[in-house]
Design a protein around this ligand. Sequence first.
Ligand code: KG4
Ligand code: ZN
Length: 499
Amino acid sequence: MRAALRDMKAEDLDAVVALERECFAQPWTRAMLAEELRQGQGWRQVAAGPSGEVIGFALGRKYPDEWHLMDVAVAPRARKRGVGTRLLRVFVADADRAGKPVLLEVREHNEAAIALYEGHGFSVLAVRRGYYPDTGENALVMWRDPGRAERAGGTGLSGPLLAIESSCDDTAAAVLTPQGQVLSTLSHSQDSIHERYGGVVPEVASRAHVERMTAVVSEALRQAGCTMDDIAGVAATVGPGLIGALLVGVQTAKAIAWARRLPFFPVNHIHGHLAAAWLADPDAPLPMVTLVASGGHTTLIRVDDRSIYTLLGQTLDDAAGEAFDKGARLLGLGYPGGKELDELAEKGDPRAFSFPVAMKRSARPDFSFSGVKTALYYLLRTMTPEERQSRAADIAASYRKAIVDALVSKSVKTARHEAVRSLAIAGGVAANSLLRRRLVEEGEAAGLHVVVPAFRYCTDNAAMIGAAALAGPRLEYPDYLAIDASASLALGEWLPKKS
Ligand code: KG4
Ligand code: ZN
């Protein structure tokens, strides 16, 4: 159940003192907390759980020229439900209404809190050296201008964005601030459903999206500490992908936006994968070359700014993820198999077998992976079942090396040829451990800033769709009612052409 926020009362003092002690190594004393309750300039709210118990609180001071946020505590058992975020948001909204800037202090190493404040429009104003007596740690003084949130992002959103992704076999939803800070991101994989068919069955995927979508959206809102009432805009992947699967996300997003008269943000799935790079590293210097390698795509794209993309090269046959998955299948590993093959390869000798990868030496920034899969098929045919078993790790290691060699050498070569400053990777195959290591090593050796996003932003997810939406077109209510999904949206297209 969603926690209720209310004013702090004198009777809450015991609970607040207890919670303060539970949360901090250097808690405020009872006398200090009692003084805050009496303070004429005080701002105090508690979050109450289902039976009225205090599960969080925030304290601030309303000075004439600026407001200070002084203390935010959330009970350990009530964390990851967005309670702290909601307390912060209410404080900031009150300060905005009063037209006052907000100041706060945060431990220099508390990256999660710093990211949360940045997401709400705060920036670092000063450093207080050795401010915390327990560790001697520095404090960052962070500052937020009133109205900063409305100006940031360029989308004019006055509250969080809900983003939905359903282009293939993951049902995903995320909530982002207007500045692109991820408040929650959630993905429900259908792997266990499609496993028995050995591949994604489109009709089955669409049905599974319909069954899960509402729950995934509600849970993303809950984890972000929002309700539908807080949402100021809705984004969804409109293509490319499986048409039936896409339609579930597009119709859900349009229905929510239409019912609440909100703007709608159509997003190209590939633009979403590219946005994973700036979710991971917002300051990565541009231009950038990004390798998008997943079960469905293997493309090299030049990114000049967050909405200007150029296709440089792509696979001529199988996608890299498909090559991993087909290899895994031939080796009798799990489904989809890329991850299992990767894990097995860690235990093998990559020089044991030699696999050809077409296009590796060609100057064109294209890939081809069907040859390596065929080579594996014929190699396994020459082996006895015992040999296949005993050499499995060596085969996996050699096979993985062939694919990764091609991906890394083409990506670094293309980035140098384009004279860009950064090289990034995205898509499910970016989870491959050898690929991650080698791209960093070889990219940095070539003088490039290398961006390897966290795994949750590499595989299909809605946070990346939200991040891309903030750089793309915004359609006002009700102009988007006729927007359709498209199975084949080209790079650079944000919405299907009118037919
Ligand atoms: O981006 P994604 O989640 O979905 C598509 O858009 O296709 O990518 C899934 C692909 C699958 O082919 C999966 O086997 C592959 O990413 N994959 C991996 C690894 N983890 C996932 N491939 C190689 N090594 C991995 N560790
Ligand atoms: Zn994808």
